[in-house]
Design a protein around this ligand. Structure first.
Ligand SMILES: [Zn+2]
Length: 69
């Protein structure tokens, strides 16, 4: 694990098992992108989500900010 450069915004993979898609979204837009996808395609059901593997790696500095866990 390396120290993250705070100015280097990572792309976060968002996966949707129903759509069988995997999309990379810039970190600041992840929450909106997931909400929009689920609202438009899944009647607001929480189907799409951040890739769990990546979420685990990023959890230290992502989870608290976004409340994803
Ligand atoms: Zn979907």
């Amino acid at each position: 694990m390396t120290e993250a450069d705070e100015e280097d915004v990572p792309d976060i993979p968002v996966v949707c098992p129903d759509c069988d898609t995997r999309t990379k979204v810039p970190f600041p837009e992840v929450e909106d992108a997931i909400a929009r996808h689920n609202r438009q395609l899944h009647d607001g059901d929480a189907v799409a989500a951040v890739d769990p593997d990546v979420l685990e790696e990023l959890a230290d500095f992502v989870a608290e900010d976004l409340g994803l866990l």
